[in-house]
Write a protein that binds this ligand. Structure first.
Ligand code: G
Ligand code: MN
Length: 394
């Protein structure tokens, strides 16, 4: 199979036109061309998968109708290659010898229909007409999502998502935001995930894709490796804060003493968010013990934004607690927030946790959280996340 011939045209971005028929039986190909042409479609023929890929590299099609049993690149391989580039184009597969495995794979790859030969002329015309309408619908939906600011992947299929995710994983990089002490020193840096893949540009979109594709461990490992590599250049004495997804707690790599992050564990604080429950993590207490044994400190992230409850405190026994931004934002104007943060800080001190106020955006916010006893501060007021390692604004 010639996988180097990549169809570069995506039907979502250009005006897709005509039907591509991929069929190695020349007589059958001509017959389908005649039938579809008289139904008003413009037809291009390809006699094998490689020829189809060549055609696709020249322009996008409304619908692709392909035989499965083809010399060289098969119809299913063709579908897989197409899906890596084009989520919208409907592909109809035809086969003379239907098999359950092929049919199942075809569905997983987002084939629109699976026709068993011989196919009646009327069936071919109906299938292509329906596919062409669905293609238009897919494009309009995608346009709407884009116009409304949503992710264009919401309507996509798993194979397209996989392709976008793999590209995103290559462009993933970390930015760093300083955590400062009230007297203006740098306590550490939080590593924050970013990607330049346009379809998965925000961390939540990237995480959601990883979750859907069952690839959270790949993403988590990348985050930890990149963060560890950059931290070699961090100022002496500072700590590195790394966010964990709950699912990372199930990854054996996290617990390996030889992993890049474990080698600097005595400088690392692992953040576990309150937003997700850790109740489902099996052996959570044992896992946390191993992490401590390796030298890591643990922080509870986003405190005040989660499902409340005390399970995370009991299980994690954190060294550090990070108050959620929603509590810190506008705190200078809100007596309710001041009271809540004041009580939380008092309790944290009694429990011997250090307290971080996240999302400090203004001088008066900074002054308020300092007065309430927060030990460490983080937010745009001091520095935005940036390449290693951002300077303080003040
Ligand atoms: O969930 P977690 O606390 O890890 O998320 C941190 C996110 O908050 C980052 O994406 C970061 O860019 C953002 N952030 C950091 N400081 C501020 C701030 O002062 N204000 C706001 N609105 N967002 C911030
Ligand atoms: Mn965090």
């Amino acid at each position: 199979m010639n996988v180097d011939t990549k169809p570069v045209t995506c039907s979502a971005e250009v005006d897709a036109k005509g039907i591509l028929v991929v069929e190695d039986d020349a007589a059958l190909a001509r017959s389908m061309q005649r039938v579809l042409s008289s139904a008003g479609f413009e037809v291009t023929l390809a006699h094998d998968g490689d020829e189809a890929l060549q055609r696709l590299s020249l322009g996008a099609f409304e619908v692709i109708l392909t035989d499965i049993e083809l010399p060289k690149t098969s119809g299913v391989d063709l579908l897989r290659i197409i899906r890596a580039y084009d989520l919208d184009v409907p592909v109809i597969l035809m086969t003379g010898s239907p098999r359950l495995e092929t049919a199942t794979e075809a569905v997983q790859l987002g084939a629109l229909q699976y026709l068993v030969k011989p196919v009646a002329n009327a069936t071919i015309v109906d299938a292509v007409r329906r596919a062409s309408r669905l293609h238009k619908m897919a494009r309009i939906k995608r346009e709407a999502l884009r116009a409304l600011g949503g992710s264009s992947l919401a309507a996509g299929d798993l194979v397209g998502l996989e392709a976008c995710f793999s590209r995103a994983l290559e462009t993933v990089h970390m930015v760093y935001q300083p955590l400062v002490t009230p007297n203006g020193g740098i306590f550490g840096y939080e590593a924050l995930l970013r990607s330049t893949e346009p379809s998965l540009a925000t961390p939540p979109a990237l995480l959601a894709a990883a979750e859907r594709l069952n690839r959270l461990h790949d993403l988590g490992r990348r985050v930890r490796t990149l963060s560890a590599a950059a931290f070699g250049r961090a100022p002496a004495g500072t700590s590195l804060f790394v966010n964990l997804h709950t699912n990372d707690l199930l990854d054996a790599e996290l617990f390996e003493a030889g992993s890049p992050l474990s080698k600097i564990a005595d400088r690392v604080v692992l953040e576990v968010t309150e937003r997700a429950t850790i109740e489902n993590v099996v052996d959570i207490n044992a896992r946390i013990s191993v992490l401590r044994y390796l030298g890591y400190r643990i922080a509870i992230d986003d405190l005040g934004a989660g499902y409340a409850g005390l399970t995370s405190f009991a299980a994690l026994e954190p060294e550090i607690v990070k108050l959620d931004m929603s509590l810190v934002r506008d705190i200078h104007n809100s007596t309710v927030r001041q009271r809540i943060v004041g009580s939380m800080v008092t309790l944290c001190k009694e429990l011997e946790f250090q307290v971080v106020a996240e999302g400090v955006e203004r001088q008066d916010g900074r002054d308020t959280v300092c007065k309430l006893g927060c030990d460490i501060l983080q937010g745009y007021f001091f520095a935005r996340p940036g390449p290693p390692f951002p300077e303080l604004k003040r």
